[in-house]
Write a protein that binds this ligand. Structure first.
Ligand SMILES: Nc1ncnc2c1ncn2[C@@H]1O[C@H](COP(=O)(O)OP(=O)(O)O)[C@@H](O)[C@H]1O
Ligand SMILES: [Mg+2]
Length: 334
């Protein structure tokens, strides 16, 4: 799907800087993060563990822990700056216009209440009768392919399988027909077959409801399958962003190039060992002075080590945070 410039984005994160207070000093978890989600777009946010995906999600949802300090930047939801909202206003937004699905569906489900009771409770703002709420909830359970939803309605979460619980959590998140669904690794705990079924279901419901989705994952195959756009995060920065298929064909940031080259699904030639990017994430309490990826980048030169790169438009990508976004593609020869 290409972007409609006439329509205001659902979500716009602009120049977000965030740090955590830690005993070792300020940990610079997000640095100049820019992210845009258009109306009805499915955006995949990928990055290895510790890259700041959950921190960004918590910042968007206003659910940051006390140690987190926003140092600068803006988060606009449908053009409105979320920093200006009171706590009750933010709670009003959550579950109504913004919904969340977490990796562990039990985060959303109360173990001591029946699924039906929870699905009725979640409609507390709606003025329809209890019988109508019940019918809507059962309809939604049917939509997420819960078999025999009438009788399942009176069951407790532990009586559902893991895959079914995640589908119930998705049903609850979408009951209010939100404008934005944020999903943090929602399929990571599921086996491959259930993961595909859940992705199919999400795509189907998204088409019906028309909500935008921010889909957080470290699984590139899922992004290729589901997402209109991809945002690649590395050590607290979005280093590349663009439409999914073209970016998969022609990634411009060296980190994206190496990440794709290391993905088993992308490797066509037989190799004795799976390739991997050498080194590890930098210490975010003591940042390198130049590009955040320079310590691991095979292409890094003196400029990369000394100065932070700006965001460039290059190739199919709207954003490439690299000094050399037009350099030839890096290959891994293992
Ligand atoms: N509450 C916290 N206090 C201090 N540091 C944190 C806290 N939460 C996350 N971090 C740090 O912030 C960075 C990003 O973490 P996170 O957002 O959880 O990444 P991801 O979700 O991509 O794995 C990591 O270096 C992590 O150690
Ligand atoms: Mg996380």
């Amino acid at each position: 799907m290409s972007r409609d410039a006439t329509q205001a984005p659902v979500l716009q994160v602009r120049g977000l800087d965030l740090s955590y207070d830690t005993p070792a000093g300020a940990l610079q978890a997000l640095r100049q993060v820019n992210l845009t989600i258009g109306k009805g777009e499915i955006v995949g946010l990928v990055g290895e563990s510790g890259s700041g995906k959950s921190t960004l999600m918590q910042a968007i949802l206003g659910l940051l822990p006390g140690a987190a300090k926003v140092q600068g930047g803006q988060i606009l939801f449908q053009g409105q700056d979320l920093a200006g909202l009171s706590a009750p206003q933010m709670r009003g937004l959550l579950g109504d216009r913004i919904s969340v699905v977490f990796q562990d569906p039990m985060t959303a489900l109360n173990p001591v209440l029946t699924i039906g009771r929870q699905m009725i409770d979640i409609q507390h703002r709606s003025r329809i009768s209890r019988a109508e709420k019940r019918a809507r909830a059962i309809g939604m359970l049917e939509r997420v392919r819960i078999p025999d939803p009438e009788s399942r309605f009176n069951r407790y979460p532990h009586e559902f399988s893991g895959g079914m619980r995640q589908r119930v959590a998705i049903a609850m998140a979408l009951m209010a027909r939100p404008a934005l669904l944020v999903a943090d690794e929602p399929t990571t705990a599921l086996d491959a077959t259930l993961e595909i079924a859940t992705i199919d279901l999400l795509r189907e419901l998204q088409a019906e409801i028309g909500c935008a989705i921010l889909f957080i994952t470290h699984h590139l195959g899922v992004v290729a399958e589901l997402c209109d756009r991809i945002d690649i995060m590395y050590a607290g920065e979005i280093v590349e962003s663009g439409a999914t298929a073209p970016v998969f064909r022609d990634p411009r940031h060296p980190y994206t190039q190496l990440l794709f080259a290391c993905d088993p699904a992308q490797i066509s030639r037989p190799m004795r060992h799976l390739p991997s990017i050498g080194g590890g994430l930098p210490d975010l309490t003591h940042l390198p002075p130049g590009c955040i990826f320079a310590p691991r980048c095979p292409r890094a030169d003196a400029t990369c080590r000394a100065t932070r790169p700006a965001d460039h438009q290059a190739g199919p990508s709207d954003l490439v945070r690299c000094h050399y976004p037009l350099a030839p593609r890096l290959e891994i020869t293992a």
